[in-house]
Design a binder for this molecule. Sequence first.
Ligand code: GLP
Length: 261
Amino acid sequence: MASPTFLASPSWQRQLWVEADPEAVAVCVAERLHQALEQAVVLGLATGRTMEPVYAVLRQRLLGLAMPQRQALLRRWCSFNLDEYVGLGPDHPQSFAAFMQRQLAGPLQLEPGCLAIPDGLALDPDAEAHRYSAAVAAAGGIDLQLLGLGSNGHVGFNEPPCSEAEPCRCLSLSLATRQQNAGAFGGDPAAVPARAITLGTAEILAARRLLLVVTGAAKAEILRRTLLEPPCPEVPASWLQRHPCLEVVVDRAAAAQLELS
Ligand code: GLP
């Protein structure tokens, strides 16, 4: 039986926020992203259903700012997305580039290029992964990395098994992940691209702050394994425990299996 040393640590307890529901989680996370943007940091951004309410609140907050303040903040925007499907470009509605365009870049009228994402249409995806990793490094690395959690424990698209030092790379997606994401592709896992480019656990763990966001009862068990079991390759997100500055924001449904005092 794994000992819950992570939750037992007082410093860790301060970093776990259990909110009532996904809407409250979104407010909490958007506030942190907004604060980070005010400090002109390099953001690491994520896609997925979990982030939709987060980005909705963030949009609302930023569009509610007075014009000069908003423009000053948006002009400094510098972000890198975690991942992209191989074979999908910004014109494909299910690409993560299109997701980010709908969620943030379009409504906020961000300058092209300030919201970076791997090029899913690159002829050589391995070379694109190298280029993307170098671009993150050239920007000074990521200050605040936003992360969702895959149902199989992946972060970004780092599929199990995965060591804590995997670089940005092109990889094959697992059947579990293609099933998880099939909803966006007409419910057919075979329609989900077979490969993706993802920042690796190496780049993710090198970020100065991590913000893991998890909602819903379906993720309760994988969240428990992520936070309470010793880090292992079978649950890539469990490596996040090793990070000195990890903050976790979850709703009550996702927290159901955590033994909270
Ligand atoms: C996707 C993405 C991840 C995301 C995760 C959870 O496949 N690659 O970055 O965090 O899976 O997605 P969702 O929020 O839709 O459950």
